[in-house]
Write a protein that binds this ligand. Structure first.
Ligand code: MLT
Length: 411
């Protein structure tokens, strides 16, 4: 019989969101009349913008004609989309990148999960805790950690606690690491890194020859003009950082799938003979071996996000979610809860009332108010005692959820 990859046996039970789904299904079976409001997973509810739908339809029609048909596309994505990304997401922010530095993919979950493959198994990895679970779990699967302790920390992984005291943005550690995952605006806490904080990370990476894996999937939700949208707005970042971006949260592509990674030519790793190796070349080798590109109609839809009407329409959706976040925050603050995030991010991070643990609060909210959220401890041990609510919901559900929390939750 084939032996399995034993590192998988180190993983905590199930992946967070399927586990929540399982508990909610059980609750619904036991309470068939309960009208559940879902504010757990960050999944858009508004339809794709009309400009995106029109572009996708045109592209599908092309696929039905011999002369316009597209078979396998370039694995790293069509140049039309890479150019639109450079012209709209980067050049206006003073960031000069080349088409060859962009890799279009089917999602930041895959990108941020797969990237660790091209780094040595003995790499020391740091994560901010709490964190998007994919960063940790994929390193565990690869065998980069030891086993998990009773508090939920893996041996050999460096945890940087994100607490209310440090504004949920811990500073770089004193020790050196090889890889560090950063996420701004942050999932789950909604905190953002200031320019100075980003600079301290870029300086740290230069000092310790570390690579920053910068997840900017939520950058479209930044409202504060002082907060950078890209790590490359910091001088020197191209030599030390990879950036992940996604159309999922920006433009409702969670079901359609399109994202991209920036791997600058200036970024180098160390090879067998201690020689410098281009990370871009390595990632291109990995990407073109294991991936055949995002479908043509989807890439045309993503391109349409950058047209003037596309920009206007997706901004309206982002504003809608941000207004949801404002309503949730205001509702919880009225109850004197400690609430964070939700201003430059679609997530609200709250301290569980009465100091109960995160899963107990999950059950309480589900049982008393029929609302689904995400337990903070699911994102890491320092998330214990916290809870995340997602603003990706219909407005009527958001207002009803706030009303139910006020009227039904026994605080
Ligand atoms: C979340 O709710 O944290 C995200 O939707 C998960 C994801 O993007 O994969």
């Amino acid at each position: 019989m084939a032996r399995i990859n034993e590192h998988y046996q180190k993983l905590k039970a199930g992946y967070l969101f399927p586990e929540i789904g399982r508990r909610v299904r059980t609750f619904q079976q036991d309470n068939p009349n309960a009208k559940i409001i879902r504010m757990g997973i960050g999944d858009g509810v508004l339809p794709l913008a009309p400009a995106i739908v029109a572009a996708m339809k045109t592209a599908v029609d092309e696929m039905g004609q011999t002369e316009a048909f597209h078979g396998y596309g370039p694995e790293r994505g069509y140049e039309f989309l890479a150019k639109a990304i450079l012209d709209n997401d980067y050049r206006p922010r003073g960031v000069d990148l080349q088409v060859e530095e962009i890799f279009i993919s089917d999602g930041s979950k895959c990108d941020s999960g797969n990237i660790q493959e091209i780094f040595a198994l003995e790499s020391k990895v740091a994560i901010v805790d709490p964190v998007y679970p994919v960063y940790v779990d994929t390193n565990v699967m690869a065998g980069r950690t030891g086993s998990i302790d009773s508090e939920g920390r893996y041996e050999r992984m460096v945890y940087l606690p994100a607490t209310a005291e440090n504004g949920f943005s811990p500073p770089p550690p004193d020790m050196g690491v090889d890889l560090v995952y950063l996420c701004s605006p942050n999932n789950p806490t909604g905190a953002t890194l200031t320019r100075e904080q980003m600079k301290s990370w870029v300086d740290y990476a230069h000092r310790h020859d570390a690579v920053i894996l910068f997840d900017a999937a939520y950058e479209a939700f930044i409202t504060d003009p002082e907060i950078p949208h890209s790590i490359y707005e910091i001088p020197g970042a191209k030599e030390v950082a990879i950036e992940f971006r996604s159309f999922s949260k920006t433009a409702g592509f969670t079901g359609t799938r399109c994202a991209f990674m920036v791997v600058p030519m200036a970024l180098k790793g160390i090879g067998r003979e201690n020689e410098k190796v281009s990370i871009n070349t390595l990632w291109n080798r990995r990407h073109s071996t294991k991936f055949n590109g995002v479908s043509y109609p989807v890439q045309r839809g993503a391109e349409a996000c950058y047209t003037p009407e596309g920009q206007k329409q997706i901004q309206e959706n982002i504003n809608y979610y941000l207004e949801n976040a404002r309503i949730i925050r205001a509702g919880l603050e009225k109850l004197k809860m400690d609430v964070y995030g939700g201003v430059n991010a679609p997530y609200i991070w709250l301290k569980t009332p009465g100091g109960i643990d995160s899963w107990k609060f999950f059950d309480k909210l589900l049982n008393e108010a029929h609302i689904v959220g995400t337990p903070g401890s699911g994102f890491g041990p320092t998330g214990e005692g916290y809870f995340r609510l997602s603003a990706f919901a219909l407005r009527e559900n958001v207002t009803e959820a706030v009303e139910r929390i006020h009227s039904r939750l026994k605080l």
